[in-house]
Design a binder for this molecule. Structure first.
Ligand code: ATR
Length: 282
């Protein structure tokens, strides 16, 4: 069977070795009995054009794009969907009729995970005053998602204040200083920084002023229950871990490539958790 018929998919980035995407996508490929593969392509920036030319030539179905190429691939594509344009970054490339189409499933993946965690169809009260910690790529996708879901007010706080101000200005939202920690009116608190992740410094945040009615969501999924979520859960806030966003953005890519929207259920969650455990042990 040729590569084109086998639905080659995968991930480009640098580095990619520790990605959970192969475990997630292979689980769904098997579950939906799709003859295909999901491979890792560790690719440095200067090799991106050659990798994309190979993708086109060999007829791969699609690839995910991760750090540091999410922006760099933009000029190499034939078209870019609205979400990716708005976020200014691509996490999914699909080959269709010989053309490379860029998409971004991070924003929709975040929103799905959030609404699932809230057990709601829309943001409602939790969209009244959103506080996002961070101003990197993830924070941008999340802010775009929340704006699209009609959040009423969004406040960005980031260690580098200039980045928060620039992002806030670009998106038409507000920024406050990292030290201010304005949580008293928050209805939703999002950690969109890498703080709290294994091998990263903890996120030290005093939640005393956060209303207990607020929901708290973390993009960090290793550990699954971060110190932020532990602290929030102890004081009665609804908490949502970062695994949902990871799984739902993967589901978005899978759906674009294979035309099947995979179910994000306990079995794929378990599969990802096993991959995290294996990764921590390596
Ligand atoms: P991603 O694509 O995952 O968002 P990123 O663009 O590198 O990654 O952004 C990482 C985020 O984590 C940024 O908001 C970063 O803050 P700075 O813009 O000030 O760098 C935040 N971050 C990382 N390490 C941090 C630390 N030690 N303290 C506070 N914020 C940190």
């Amino acid at each position: 069977m040729t590569a084109a018929k086998r639905s080659v998919t995968g991930l480009i980035g640098w580095p990619v070795a520790h990605s959970l995407s192969p475990a997630i996508h292979r689980h769904w490929l098997q579950h939906y009995q799709i003859e295909g593969s999901y491979e890792l392509f560790a690719t440095q920036a200067e090799h991106l054009p050659a990798l994309l030319a190979r993708m086109r030539q060999e007829g791969w179905r699609g690839i995910n794009v991760t750090v540091p190429h999410k922006q760099a691939v933009l000029p190499l594509l034939n078209s870019v969907d609205v979400a990716a344009q708005e976020i200014g970054a691509v996490n999914t490339i699909t080959l269709r009729d010989g053309t490379l189409i860029g998409s971004n499933t991070d924003a929709a993946g975040f929103l799905r995970s959030l609404l699932e965690g809230l057990g709601a169809e829309e943001l409602g009260y939790h969209g009244q005053q959103v506080v996002i910690l961070g101003a990197g790529g993830a924070a941008r996708a999340i802010a775009v998602a929340l704006k699209g879901a009609a959040a009423q007010a969004i406040l960005l706080m980031n260690r580098s204040h200039e980045k928060a101000s620039a992002l806030a200005q670009a998106l038409g939202v507000k920024a406050a200083s990292w030290d201010s920690r304005h949580l008293e009116n928050a209805s939703l608190l999002v950690n969109a920084t890498s703080l709290g992740m294994v091998h990263q410094p903890p996120l030290s945040l005093n939640l005393d002023r956060l209303p207990t009615s607020a929901a708290v969501i973390d993009i960090v999924y290793a550990p699954l229950e971060t110190e932020l979520l532990k602290q929030a859960s102890r004081r009665g806030n609804v908490t949502i871990d970062g695994l949902g966003m990871l799984l739902h953005q993967a589901a978005g890519s899978f759906s674009l490539w294979h035309g099947i929207t995979p179910v994000v259920d306990a079995s794929v969650r378990r599969c990802a958790l096993n991959a995290i455990a294996g990764r921590s042990a390596s």
